[in-house]
Design a protein around this ligand. Structure first.
Ligand code: ZN
Length: 401
């Protein structure tokens, strides 16, 4: 099984599936079909039914229960890699029996001092990049794990299992791809994304998220005759930012602490704009953060005149914990499976969103499972084959009837 897992993984990471921001169609890049077509072929080889590849580049397939189970469980992983760092010509570097020392790659090194988790991987099989690309373990480790679970059931026909539905999806990294996913057609009681890190972690809490655009209108006058008249929008925008709580910036927060993140600004004398994202696991506190923006706006407008400052806040996604807690079968099943596989389950709050948050909001409870990957979204990305194998065992336990 381990050999098959490695074979799937290496094959998938070598296929370039970078997604691209700012596109108006799903998938954002046609090359995601290259992997989708390979997956269709591999699913055919495994004898799955109802294999579909949609025009939006969703691959779905079913392995029907071999024991008349009424339970339908979904397993989901995304095919794309981030747009921000190259995923072209990935050359995976497989290090068997890793010795715990610095791994030298082209131009960079994986140093256990910088990445202490490496010390836990001594004696295991470490898979790294060559230093010039991402590895794409995010989320091809998830895909390989799911495929290997299917491979297991193909070769263990005597093991009773539920109806297993799999979906491989485009454009997770740029957000929005999952909007085109047909939840009803998928037909599951609940599902899991296999897109996390730690193999024994079940993630079901994510941020509530909003974005804010602050626009400041100034009054541009020749600086030589500006006295008592000029309103410098850039300076007023800076003043606006100072009215927000300093300790609620990303660099001062972790765990369950939310933040306001200034992710962009444009400014001249006549007009300035500030772009923020607002995040909190707790909806009430997120609302308080939103109010901080409105209060700051009021203060600025009192000081500089009506309509100097406007704030536009939009909600983007919400914490899936609330919905999952209404029907926690998916959590119970995952925790049980992790224990049966011989591990102690953990749950850490996600400091971001997931496709699962979108699906959960739309009615399909979908917590996130680990993959065995590390350091995603850059050249330091790597994966541990044995930890990926642990995930496969957990997926098998989830799917067993
Ligand atoms: Zn991912």
């Amino acid at each position: 099984m381990k050999k098959k897992l490695l074979e799937y993984f290496i094959k998938y990471v070598k296929i370039d599936t970078m997604s691209m921001e700012g596109q108006h169609q799903i998938p954002s890049t046609m090359k995601q079909f290259d992997l989708a077509k390979v997956l269709v072929k591999d699913l055919e080889e495994l004898g799955l039914e109802d294999i579909k590849l949609t025009e939006n580049c969703f691959v779905t397939a079913t392995l029907k229960s071999n024991c008349n189970s009424k339970c339908h469980i979904g397993f989901i992983a995304h095919m794309d890699t981030i747009p921000g760092f190259s995923g072209t010509n990935v050359c995976p570097n497989v290090i068997e029996n890793y010795d715990g020392n610095i791994v030298k790659l082209k131009g960079i090194e994986l140093n256990p001092k910088q990445f202490p988790f490496l010390k836990n991987l001594i004696g295991k099989t470490l898979i790294t990049t060559d230093g010039t690309t991402v590895l794409g373990a995010d989320d091809k480790a998830g895909i390989a794990n799911i495929m290997t679970m299917l491979y297991y059931f193909k070769n263990h026909k005597d093991v009773p299992h539920v109806n297993i539905h799999v979906a491989f999806t485009p454009d997770e990294e740029i957000g929005g791809g999952i909007d085109a996913f047909d939840i009803e057609g998928f037909g599951c009681d609940f599902a899991y994304t296999v897109d996390g890190g730690d193999y024994k972690d079940v993630e079901y809490e994510c941020f509530n998220a909003a974005s804010a655009q602050v626009t400041v209108k100034g009054l541009d006058i020749h600086p030589g005759s500006a006295k008592g008249q000029m309103k410098n929008a850039s300076l007023i925008a800076m003043e606006f930012n100072h009215l927000l709580p300093i300790e609620e910036r990303p660099e001062f927060t972790d765990g369950y602490d939310g933040f306001n993140h200034l992710c962009g600004m444009k400014g001249e004398v006549g007009q300035a704009e500030l772009f923020y994202i607002l995040r909190n696991h707790n909806k009430a506190i997120l609302n308080r953060q939103k109010n901080d923006f409105y209060n700051a706006m009021e203060f600025i407008n009192k000081k500089y005149g009506e309509n100097t400052c406007t704030v536009e806040i939009k909600d983007s996604y919400s914490n899936m914990a609330e919905k999952i807690m209404e029907d926690p079968r998916c959590l119970d099943r995952a925790y049980q499976a992790i224990k049966k596989a011989g591990f102690l389950p953990t749950s850490t709050p996600i400091r971001g969103g997931t496709d699962g948050a979108n699906l959960t909001k739309r009615g399909l409870n979908t917590p996130n499972l680990g993959t065995g990957g590390y350091n995603c979204h850059g050249p330091y990305e790597c994966a541990c084959l044995e930890e990926m194998e642990n995930v496969v065992h957990i997926l098998i336990e989830i799917a067993k009837e």
